[in-house]
Every structure is written in structure tokens, then in C-alpha cells.
Ligand binder design. Structure first.
Ligand code: CMC
Length: 435
């Protein structure tokens, strides 16, 4: 398109610059030509928390936050959640297309055959304290896998890379289930190759003395849908950690551990656990108005509400709300749902939330479903991390193959002291600056 440029006038010098626009963006490095003196560093962009900075080009996930649209490789999330299995969606995210029957069979077999973890991983996990948070166990164990697969550091080797993808997608449910069993003091359950991805996970979690855990198919499908909804969400905090840490080319195990650490915070994937705590704290529908007043007074945030990108209803929350009804038809209604529904209703009518475009996000209802299914709140973020591993790996692979990417290394605006203002004696000053 013609005239895809931006004209910038530097009022310090009166000079004008024409900057090319690319997909509605300027390249931040184009600003560097804007200088007062020839040896100036040039203009930088300042963007704490990356509010308006694209760090990559990506063809994986599309979000229109104003319209509440989420697409994986062009497919609407509601269509995938209705029609596809989690492993089909994982394949779509990782390889760009939905698999045909033959490719799906190979993919499912490959993943199934990588679910087992080394026996020493069991011993490693035994070392955790009985009340260790499962997310802490997951982050540490993902990093520990690095020591079992030294060849994984050859991240530019596509064969090695693909093998680690299979291992990470295959093993993360096993590690998650081991973390859960460890916290309950129960023996670990080995993966069962005759079961599908989510059924196998449920079996590793809840099998007792019977030969197999017979999961309710409605609950198994609900978990599958939740996995699909959580699989990727473009450049969020955890994924950005994956890309940023991965850019220095460490192996994907330590890289994924960094991403999982990013996810674990209460403002990100840890919010689902916080929502449950919040609903417990509210206790009953009568207490909601006072709670909302406290939120508006800035005492705390309404957990499970608001999003950096969505300024409309999160499409995942809409699907989760429907899934909740299906789950409760099996498990019986979770009393917290009534508090959540009323909280949502009041919040959506309140000018504070309307003006700030704060809607329920994916974490608002997911915890209530997980609890109804029998998970304890400290497992909720682990349940988010299992499917998100697929998104992290898809983004990591894309980053490694992108010729424009280099080691991530932002700039800063230094606001500290310089020797001239630090009150140091001139001779010491010279030593400090290495003169
Ligand atoms: N409750 C009350 N006020 C809120 C909330 C909330 N949940 N979220 C944002 N605000 C207010 C915020 O105080 C600010 O008000 P003001 O303009 O008066 O200062 C305004 O809305 C804009 O918020 P912000 O903090 O600039 O928004 P952000 O884009 O930096 O933060 C967020 C996004 C998700 C971190 C934030 O909305 C939040 O903390 N929500 C609660 C935690 C949560 O549910 N996180 C899960 C996010 S979705 C799943 C995921 O991706 O992990």
C-alpha cells in the first residue's frame, strides 16, 4: 500500500523523518536515526510492561481484544473446543494445520510413548516437602529434566528440537500428576499407554486400587475443552518468558521452567487459585456489595476479572461458563457458582468496571469447575500449565526459526547516579568509570 509511512518532526532540531510503517507499526530501531548531535544514541521507545510493543511476528494465535475474538492458526476457539481433541489442537498449534487421520495416529502414538519419566525424577520429586506447592514442584521438575537430556541443548537441530517437544508435551501431565500424588502422600501411578491424553492424566491422578480409574466421560471431555482453551494465548507473561529466555538458546526444559514460573504468578495463571480464595472469602451472595466496594476503593483486585488485551468478554470465559453447566450436571452444583454468577452480574453493571472495560477472564470460572471435578486449588495453575506447554513450545519453535530474532536484550533509561553527582573524589571517580 502507498504512503504506509509516518512523518516525525523532532522539535529539538526542526528536522523531519519519514519512518516506514509495517503492519501499522514502526520499527523501534528506525527511531535511532533521530538525533540532536551526530554521536547521540538516538531516540528510544519507552514501554514498561510492553503495553504497546510487538516483540515478534507470529502466525500462531490471533486475538482481537475489543471484539473478544480468539483464533488458533485461523480457527475460532469455540469451533475447536466443540469439534476437536486436545491433541489435534496441540498439533495445529505446533505444526500449523489440523492433522489428518494418519498424522493424528502417529502424533498420538508419539506423545503416548513419551509420557514415562525417568525413575530418578520420581526420587527427585520425593525430595519435596509434603506441603510443597504443586506449581513449585512442576517448575523445578521441568528444569530438572534438562539434566536427563543433554542433547536437548542443540536447539538449532530440528530433529532434537522435535524430540524435546514430544517429551515435554508427553511428560508434563505425568509430572503434574506426580506432584499431586506427592502432596497427598499417595504412590505415583505410571502412565497407561492404552489411554488417551486426558484420560491418562486422570488415571495418574486418581487411580487407587482398581486396575484403572474409570473417569466420567463428561468430566474427561470438560477437561479436554479446558485444555484446548488454555493451550495458547500469544504474547502473555509466561510465553514472553519462553521467548525471552529461549532467545539465549538454552535447552527447552529450563526455558519451559521459566515460562511456567511466569505463569505461576497471581496476576497470570495463578489467578484461578486466587479466584477460589476470593469466593471463599466472600462466603455468601449478601457479602458481594461490600466486597465490590472494597475493590473499587483499591483495597484489592477482583480476581478473574480484567485483561491486558481483552476489553470485551473473554471468549474463553464464555465457553467455560457453558462447560461449567455440563460439569455441574454430573458433580452437582458448586455453591461458589452462585457467588460467582452474582459477582459477575453486579460487576458488569457497575460503572467502575464498565469504564475500565473489566470483564471476566478465563480464570474466573475455571477454578470452580476444577474444584467440582475434585482438584484442590493449589493444582489449578498446574492444570493451566499442562496445555500451555503446547503454546510455549509452538512459540519457542517459531522464535528459533525467525531470522529476525536475536538474544532478547531490552534497553533501559538509567536514572541512577553518575560519578559527577555521586560525591566521589575525582581520583576514585576515574577508577569507577574504568579510566
Ligand atoms: N479488579 C479491579 N480493578 C481492576 C482489575 C481487577 N481485576 N483489573 C484492572 N483493574 C483496574 C486497575 O486498577 C486500573 O484502574 P485505574 O485506571 O483506576 O488505575 C484499570 O483497571 C486498568 O488496569 P491495569 O492494571 O492497567 O490493567 P493491566 O492490563 O495492567 O492488568 C491484569 C491486567 C489481568 C493483570 C489485571 O486486570 C488484573 O490484575 N486482574 C486480576 C488478576 C487476573 O484475573 N489475572 C488473570 C488474567 S487472564 C489469564 C492469564 O492470561 O493469565
Amino acid at each position: 500500500m502507498q504512503n504506509e509511512t509516518l512523518s516525525v518532526t523532532d522539535n529539538r532540531t526542526g528536522r523531519s523523518y519519514t519512518l516506514p510503517l509495517f503492519q501499522g507499526s514502526i520499527r523501534a530501531t528506525d527511531l535511532r536515526q533521530i538525533k540532536v548531535e551526530p554521536d547521540d544514541f538516538g531516540v528510544m521507545s519507552y514501554d514498561p510492561a510492553y503495553l504497546n510493543t510487538a516483540c515478534c511476528q507470529s502466525s500462531i494465535t490471533y486475538i482481537d481484544g475489543d471484539k473478544g475474538i480468539l483464533l488458533y492458526r485461523g480457527y475460532p476457539i469455540d469451533v475447536l473446543a466443540e469439534r476437536n481433541s486436545f491433541l489435534e489442537v496441540a498439533y495445529l498449534l505446533l505444526f500449523g494445520e489440523l492433522p489428518g487421520p494418519a498424522a493424528l495416529k502417529v502424533w498420538e502414538d508419539d506423545i503416548t510413548h513419551h509420557t514415562l519419566v525417568h525413575e530418578n525424577i520420581k526420587k527427585f520429586m520425593d525430595g519435596f516437602h509434603h506441603d510443597a506447592h504443586p506449581m513449585g514442584m512442576l517448575v523445578s521438575t521441568l528444569a530438572a529434566l534438562s539434566t536427563f537430556y543433554p542433547a536437548a541443548r542443540h536447539v538449532k537441530d530440528h530433529t532434537e528440537r522435535d524430540l524435546q517437544v514430544l517429551r515435554l508435551v508427553g511428560k508434563i501431565p505425568t509430572i503434574a500428576a506426580y506432584a499431586y500424588r506427592h502432596s497427598l502422600g499417595l504412590p505415583y501411578v505410571y502412565p497407561d499407554n492404552s489411554l488417551g491424553y486426558t484420560q491418562n492424566f486422570l488415571n495418574m491422578l486418581w487411580k487407587m486400587t482398581a486396575p484403572k480409574y474409570e473417569g466420567n466421560p463428561v468430566l474427561a471431555r470438560a477437561l479436554e475443552v479446558l485444555f484446548i482453551l488454555h493451550a495458547d494465548h500469544e504474547q502473555n507473561c509466561g510465553t514472553t518468558a519462553m521467548r525471552c529466555v529461549g532467545s539465549s538458546l538454552p535447552d527447552p526444559y529450563v526455558t519451559a521452567a521459566a515460562a511456567a514460573a511466569g505463569l505461576s504468578g497471581p496476576l497470570h495463571g495463578g489467578a484461578n487459585e486466587e479466584v477460589l480464595k476470593m469466593l471463599d472469602e466472600i462466603g455468601s451472595v449478601d457479602h458481594i456489595p461490600a466486597y465490590i466496594d472494597a475493590v473499587k476503593a483499591g483495597k484489592f483486585k477482583l480476581m478473574g476479572f480484567g485483561h491486558r488485551v481483552y476489553k470485551n468478554y473473554d471468549p474463553r470465559a464464555r465457553i467455560i461458563k457453558q462447560t461449567a453447566e455440563q460439569v455441574f450436571a454430573v458433580t452437582g452444583r458448586n455453591a461458589k457458582l452462585d457467588i460467582a454468577l452474582e459477582l459477575e452480574k453486579i460487576a458488569l453493571e457497575d460503572p467502575y468496571f464498565i469504564q475500565r472495560k473489566l470483564y471476566p477472564n478465563v480464570d474466573f470460572y475455571s477454578g470452580i469447575i476444577y474444584q467440582a471435578m475434585g482438584f484442590s486449588p493449589d493444582m489449578f495453575t498446574v492444570l493451566f500449565a499442562i496445555p500451555r506447554m503446547v503454546g510455549w513450545l509452538a512459540q519457542w519453535k517459531e522464535m528459533l526459526d525467525d531470522p529476525e530474532q536475536k538474544i532478547a536484550r531490552p534497553r533501559q533509561i538509567y536514572t541512577g547516579r553518575m560519578p559527577e553527582t555521586a560525591g566521589v573524589a575525582p581520583q576514585v571517580k576515574n577508577e569507577l568509570v574504568g579510566v
